[in-house]
Design a protein around this ligand. Sequence first.
Ligand SMILES: [Zn+2]
Length: 101
Amino acid sequence: MPFYEFMCSVCSHRAEVFVRSVNSTVTAPACSTEGCEGQMRRVVSRFMRHLTEMDQLAEAEAKWGKQIDDVMGPSPDIGRYARRYSELSKDLPPSDIPIHE
Ligand SMILES: [Zn+2]
């Protein structure tokens, strides 16, 4: 079942709206924070964001796998691998979507 996530543009309150199908029309809910009249805007859900990060990692593996293998060498050094991978990962797009609980 698909769901959409909304975030208030004023207080950053989040709300999730479940829909019967992806073709359903979704209207933004009102912000439930008392006294807040901010507009709820649709944001990328945390679930979708998770998939996106997984995709990003998969792309990084595909792009840098050869270099990572070279760094690993015949006797893998996990610490060195982790540092190298951290450097390479700087090419990934920034994750700039704020998470508010
Ligand atoms: Zn609000």
